[in-house]
Design a protein around this ligand. Structure first.
Ligand SMILES: Cc1cc2nc3c(=O)[nH]c(=O)nc-3n(C[C@H](O)[C@H](O)[C@H](O)COP(=O)(O)OP(=O)(O)OC[C@H]3O[C@@H](n4cnc5c(N)ncnc54)[C@H](O)[C@@H]3O)c2cc1C
Length: 384
């Protein structure tokens, strides 16, 4: 039987979070978005709502069962109010689920309760100055030493670089090549030899984007996450979750923009009639609403397939390349519907446009997602 309905519990949760988003997040979205500071107050509110523990083990404060659809619902509902604050469940979830699955007790017991309680945030450090799309070319090295490892290298464009307490850092053994030599380490960012630098960006400022440098940083042996040399393969499985969730994040922000534009089009008059009376205004809104709906269900299909335990790499890649573009275009349509006001910093539209634009690149560009889909369809020839 085919059903597009959420369960009654999921629908109640969705309504609760949407109410929270409009009452608590929307009013201060622009203010928060203007500062390169992590929004701790809002983040802790998310912890109170149970959003940061979805799908994580109960013993660390989580909800227990893996629950990707509910995480998608939460992300979409919260992004309606503040797309930056709403990214936390995805980012936290991405790190926390990797730790829960592959981390060793010393690391999991230390960080997971703090991540679920909203007392700490974590980063994922893959991208380097030499490139982000081609992860196999990474240069950061992890040398085996007595008792652990020493990491040296540089990571750039890292979300939460200046706010996170810990980062999952991907590094290779000296002399290794390609994906196989890459391991994952949980590195406390207050360790000796770690330097963090903020990188100004066109949006998403509260996500504290920046650079992480590692100068011969000692990491104890039990901070290795997963098997040595197989760190990236394990991470890819988690990206299959984060991609549809990021798609829904963008779509939540876009839906808020289209709703605002509809309200404006009914109220604002030109040539003696409401804007909504002109098909030149109403049809673009109708078109964007159609794209948003199609993109939403693509994302939920991907999360539902994950929940069913089936392979969904292709759907995840589809959910990451198309929905951010759909969302950006919908926000642009809403912005133009508002005329000069849409461009003004008094309204959230220009801010959402810049914040959502970050997901055209973060977690892999459309080009890289299409490469993943094409490889699944056509084989390795499409990945050359
Ligand atoms: C806001 C933001 C947040 C980010 N957060 C993180 C983070 O938390 N952690 C992290 O590790 N990284 C993060 N990144 C980095 C991001 O993952 C990379 O920027 C991205 O993967 C692209 O890598 P690159 O910038 O080196 O571009 P390049 O790899 O140099 O690519 C440049 C262009 O070439 C295209 N291209 C390259 N190869 C191919 C190909 N084979 N086929 C088709 N097109 C191709 C790309 O699509 C892109 O358009 C973030 C980036 C942004 C903008």
């Amino acid at each position: 039987m085919l059903s597009f309905a959420f369960s009654p519990e999921q629908e109640d949760f969705r309504l609760q979070l949407r109410k929270f988003a409009t009452a608590e997040l929307t009013p201060h979205y622009i203010e928060r978005a203007a500062r390169p500071e992590f929004s701790w107050e809002a983040h802790r509110q998310l912890a109170g709502l149970g959003v940061l523990g979805i799908g994580l083990p109960e013993k660390y404060g989580g909800s227990g069962e893996l629950d990707p659809v509910t995480l998608g619902i939460a992300t979409e509902a919260l992004a309606y109010g503040d797309v930056n604050v709403a990214s936390a469940p995805v980012l936290s979830g991405l790190v926390a689920s990797q730790l829960a699955e592959n981390g060793q007790a010393a690391v999991v017991d230390r960080w997971l309760p703090q991540l679920v309680a909203g007392e700490a945030v974590a980063a994922i450090a893959v991208t380097e100055p030499s490139g982000g799309s081609d992860v196999s070319g990474m240069r950061t090295e992890a040398r085996r030493v007595p008792g652990g490892w020493r990491i040296s290298g540089e990571k750039i464009a890292i979300t939460l670089a200046t706010a996170a307490a810990v980062a999952l850092v991907y590094a290779r053994e000296p002399g290794s090549e390609g994906y196989r030599g890459i391991s994952c380490f949980a590195v406390p960012l207050d360790a000796d030899g770690v330097t963090r630098t903020h990188t100004p960006g066109m949006g998403a400022l509260p996500l504290c984007w920046g650079q992480l440098s590692f100068e011969d940083v000692f990491v104890p042996g039990d901070h290795l996450v997963g098997e040595p040399g197989r760190g990236f393969a394990a991470a890819m499985e988690h990206f299959d979750f984060s991609r549809p969730a990021l798609g829904l994040l963008c779509l939540g922000a876009a839906q808020a923009s289209i709703d605002e534009a509809c309200a404006w089009a009914v109220q604002r008059e030109a040539f003696g009639r409401p804007l909504a009376a002109f098909q030149g205004v109403s049809f673009p809104l109708a078109e964007q609403a159609t794209y948003l709906e199609a993109a939403r269900w693509l994302c939920y299909r991907s999360l539902w397939t994950r929940e069913a335990g089936e392979k969904h790499t292709q759907y995840a890649a589809m959910s990451k390349w198309w929905p951010p573009i759909v969302a950006k275009d919908a926000i642009e349509t809403a912005l133009v519907t508002f005329g000069n006001l849409g461009y003004s910093t008094e309204l959230p539209l220009q801010q959402r446009y810049r914040d959502v634009a970050s997901y055209l690149i973060a977690d892999g560009t459309a080009g890289i997602q299409k490469r993943i889909i094409a490889t699944a369809m056509l084989g390795k020839v499409a990945a050359s």
